[in-house]
Design a protein around this ligand. Structure first.
Ligand code: NAG
Ligand code: NAG
Ligand code: NAG
Ligand code: NAG
Length: 880
């Protein structure tokens, strides 16, 4: 039976009439030589097509593969022209790759200027909700806690009005609520100057607001959007709660005040980004978030953009029990500036700091920089430029972000290059930090490879920079964004929760800064989820609690794969998958809970119950299945610091169900027991995080399948190394002129005047993993405990601590410097005042509590005795 089906599919693929080549007027349209967009027949898969090309002796490389549009873009090296390619069995249509126009839209011949082609909404079902169901978020209020909003922007105008407005008393203002808690000059450190006007002078909040509720479909005034676009909920009512000045940071208390006002002004949903990478949910914003959600407000928070910093890096606001931690998928399309090199056109993304098109004379040539082994160099060491002439040229470097980020820009500049292009790794176009005074941009991974090949052919090829951006289908489109942070959380709970489009997002910007821009980040994904809440509430004419909506969104999300992978991406990366708001609204089934935390081998939850509820009007039969996902090996055998990018391995848990088919009457719930077995291959010493999805598929036609992700860690998580001992941490050192140096022999640190001490003891610590309790304990020479270290640089040494990022902005290894000026807290009580210990010899012990332990000292701690130091102090006389 199966064989016959395959044979007939092949027959259909090979016997269909020849495909069609669509010629262009080559004298009028710019095109990429030898590059073609190829659409396959409906029943032809990528693999079949490649076989067919090979059988017909086509020599080619793949520029891009698409899935909604069933086909690929190829660079053909064997001289086959369009007509010849169209005759190959299985091919439906062939086009040249042209400039400034979208190559091919899903299923039709739309142009790039048609917003439905480039919109992200085709990825989430929101296009159908807008067009067919007329859902717009009307009647729902969303609060935006951010940099304010440029409410005059025409994309926020009420229908019929030319520009937007702010306030309850204006005429139908879309930005109806809000407050400026801080004023323009606030930077996080100075005193806020609140006023009633939440105008944005930064841009971020306006971008977020546009994603939620902008409407730039029909803008007639300047500046016009590069392409029309529409937000998720274009008739939602918005509250602008401004907690940032034009630049700088914002304080916790300001944010809490904003959250509360948003709640008091009746916001149904808030979106916020703040938080640290603590991995623990015990921060004030997460705590308040849980309270607000329990009272009926929903909250979407960004998971964070530290996807190349290894596991356990999700931001903490979204870690609240009821809140939603939102991760990002890349848009299928990107609107990019581009350049031509070696006859091909390539998109590029300027660095965050450069943030503008690169405008260089067209006579610049390229210099890829290589390491001795022939691989492209990351450009993080000056030595790579020895003996190279890069004067007036553009450098191409490798984009490994684990060693240096923007540092390579200044190094290239010093070497005399006029710009640097960085090949994104592993895939896609990352945006990097860069510098304000130097053209710095990233290109797709595939672009980097092709540029090197073109350079080898002709090192004198010149780069021509395009004058206006256009639309490209992008590497990694439809897959989890490389930049989005990996879970799990500190207690091995399954976070992030859900994904939304966050890579390559065109939205509104402050009018003063051009009115529109493309940004990437989980900051772009979380407002998408906020907007999706509004559509859901409008569709249901009800306001379910945030965690209820989270469950439905997670149950019905689209499970994604990493670029080029056949297996599903880890749930620690994508959560339950990409939100599908249409399915969320249409489903008549739910699964509870919305995540299964199997924990580690020691606490392994072998048996778990889930509840499936049929909310429909008819009885329904469901089939249960298991879809495994990639396992993430987060440590190398001997590493004491997690890998920046975990090693992905196909290694799966097995699951058996108490029933694999279940009939559920209308309105009833059935419990199913799942029995898990840990994956076989993964080595406990590498602490692999494995995951997968349990799916219940209704048997009726058109029924929406629902699922729940599970996550677990093989090994004993209490054995995860805390300190990065491989790199020599923790250690007892000295600080001299801000440098960390070895302690000279026989030193007695003179701390009688700590402010002016020449040499200060410093405890260098590098936490590779967050800990529930990081402590530095000080003992006297009789081994009596005198207290917890108090440091002028970092404060009290006890309490939870997050891990450090692997490298700094400039590529230097990060660690914490606890200077010690001779003070301790005699007890682990943050309300105590530090006291100065008497002169003498002291022993310093660094102890970090291991994960998922009770915290008994020393059994549950990783303990390092750093040895003894002698200090001279001038204790203050006791106060009256
Ligand atoms: C939305 O959330 C993201 C991430 O949490 C944050 O960066 C952004 O500032 C938030 N925007 C609003 C409007 O709160
Ligand atoms: C490149 O073009 C610029 C501007 O036209 C010119 O000043 C420069 O001399 C040219 N350099 C070379 C190497 O041709
Ligand atoms: C790990 O350490 C062991 C023992 O020190 C050594 O034999 C082995 O080669 C190391 N493995 C790696 C991958 O460095
Ligand atoms: C950290 O450890 C100290 C000392 O055992 C204890 O008093 C304190 O409560 C702990 N803090 C946390 C957050 O567990």
């Amino acid at each position: 039976m199966k064989l016959a089906t395959i044979l007939s599919a092949l027959a259909a693929a090979t016997l269909v009439a020849a495909g069609k080549f669509h010629p262009i007027d080559e004298s009028k349209v710019d095109y990429v030589p030898n590059a073609y967009i190829i659409e396959y027949n409906d029943n032809v898969r990528h693999r079949d097509a490649h076989n067919s090309f090979r059988a017909n002796k086509v020599d080619y490389s793949v520029r891009n593969e698409f899935n909604v549009f069933n086909g690929a873009a190829l660079t053909v090296k064997s001289g086959h022209e369009g007509e010849a390619l169209a005759k190959i069995p299985g091919i439906k249509n062939v086009w040249r790759v042209t400039l400034h126009k979208i190559p091919k839209a899903p299923k039709s011949t739309k142009k790039a200027t048609d917003p439905s082609v480039v919109s992200v909404h085709h990825m989430t079902g929101v296009d159908v909700l807008h067009k067919k169901h007329k859902l717009t978020g009307k009647g729902i209020k969303i609060g935006i806690i951010d940099t304010g909003i440029d409410y005059k922007h025409p994309a926020f105008a009420a229908s019929g009005a030319k520009e937007g407005c702010f306030g309850r008393y204006g005429k139908n203002c879309r930005i109806k609520y809000g407050w400026d808690f801080v004023g323009d000059d606030y930077n996080g450190a100075n005193t806020p100057k609140p006023d009633g006007d939440p105008m944005d002078c930064n841009g971020h909040g306006s971008h977020v607001a546009g994603i939620i509720g902008g409407n730039a479909m029909n803008i007639k005034v300047s500046p016009k959007p590069p392409q029309p676009f529409i937000g998720v909920a274009p008739e939602v009512t918005i509250g602008a709660y401004r907690v940032f000045g034009c630049y700088g940071t914002s304080a916790d208390d300001v944010i809490l005040a904003a959250m509360e006002l948003a709640f008091n002004e009746g916001m149904d949903v808030i979106n916020m980004s703040l938080g640290e990478d603590s991995s623990y949910k015990s921060n004030p914003t997460a705590v308040l978030a849980d309270k607000l959600i329990a009272r009926g407000m929903a909250l979407a928070a960004a998971a964070g953009n530290q996807g190349t910093d290894g596991v356990w890096m999700v931001s903490d606001t979204g870690l609240s029990d009821l809140g939603t931690s939102v991760t990002s998928f890349d848009n299928n399309y990107g609107f990019y500036n581009s350049f031509t090199y070696g006859g091909a056109v390539y998109p590029y993304a300027p660095s965050d700091a450069w943030n503008m098109a690169i405008d260089l004379p067209a006579n610049t040539t390229l210099v890829p920089i290589f390491e001795k082994d022939g691989s492209l160099s990351d450009g993080c060491d000056e030595d790579v430029y020895n003996g190279l002439d890069v004067q007036g040229k553009v450098v191409l470097a490798f984009g490994d972000q684990s060693r240096c980020l923007s540092g390579r820009g200044s190094i290239a500049k010093d070497a005399g290059a006029v710009a640097i292009l960085v090949q994104t790794t592993p895939v896609g176009i990352a945006t990097m930090g860069g510098s304000y005074d130097y053209p710095f941009a990233t290109v797709e991974h595939g672009t980097g490879e092709e540029m090197i090949a073109a350079w080898r052919k002709n090192p004198k090829s010149r780069i021509a920079w395009s004058k206006r951006p256009s639309t490209f289908t992008v590497e990694n489109g439809g897959s989890p964004s490389v930049f989005s942070s990996l879970g799990l959380d500190g207690e091995l709970r399954s976070k992030p929760d859900i994904a939304a489009p966050g890579g390559n997002i065109l939205s509104t910007y402050t009018l003063a800064d051009g009115g529109y821009t493309v940004l990437s980040g989980t900051s772009m994904a979380s407002p998408y989820i906020a907007g999706a809440h509004a559509l859901y509430m409008q569709a249901k004419n009800a306001k379910p609690r945030g965690d209820e909506i989270r469950k439905v969104f997670k149950n019905t999300a689209t499970i994604g794969s990493n670029f080029g992978s056949k297996t599903k991406a880890s749930a620690a990366k994508q959560g339950a998958g990409m939100v599908n708001v249409l399915s969320a609204i249409m489903t008549t089934t739910s699964i509870s809970p919305d995540h299964i935390d199997l924990l580690d081998s020691k606490h392994f939850k072998k048996s778990v119950k889930i509840s499936i509820k049929n909310h429909g009007k008819h009885s329904q039969t469901y089939t249960l299945s298991h879809v495994p996902a990639d396992a993430l090996n987060s440590y190398n055998a001997n590493n004491t610091f997690p890998l920046g990018i975990p090693v992905i391995e196909p290694d799966y848990a097995t699951v058996s169900f108490s029933a694999s088919k279940v009939k559920i009457p209308a309105g009833k719930t059935v419990k199913i027991t799942l029995n898990f077995k840990e994956p076989k291959k993964g080595k406990a010493s590498e602490f692999p995080i494995y995951s997968g999805f349990i799916i219940a598929t209704p048997n009726s036609k058109g029924g929406v399948p629902v699922h729940v992700p599970y996550t677990g860690l093989k090994g004993d998580v209490s054995k995860v190394p805390m300190q990065d001992t491989v790199q020599g941490f923790p250690s007892l050192m000295a600080q001299q002129d801000w440098k960390v140096v070895e302690i000279p022999a026989k030193t007695v640190f003179d701390l009688t005047d700590p402010e002016n001490a020449e040499l200060v003891p410093v405890i260098a610590s590098r936490l590779g993993s967050h800990t529930p309790n990081f402590t530095i304990r000080v003992f006297d020479d009789k081994k009596t405990f005198v207290g917890y270290l108090y440091s002028n640089s970092l404060g009290r040494a006890f309490g939870w601590a997050g891990r450090v990022s692997s490298t700094s902005f400039h590529g230097k290894m990060m660690f914490s410097r606890w200077t010690w000026e001779g003070q301790v807290l005699t007890d682990a009580d943050p309300t105590l005042e530090p006291v100065t210990v008497p002169s003498g010899t002291y022993q310093v012990v660094v102890a970090s509590q291991k994960k998922l332990t009770k915290g008994d000292y020393p059994a549950d701690y990783e303990v390092f005795d750093l040895g003894k130091i002698s200090i001279k102090t001038a204790p203050k006389p006791a106060e009256e």
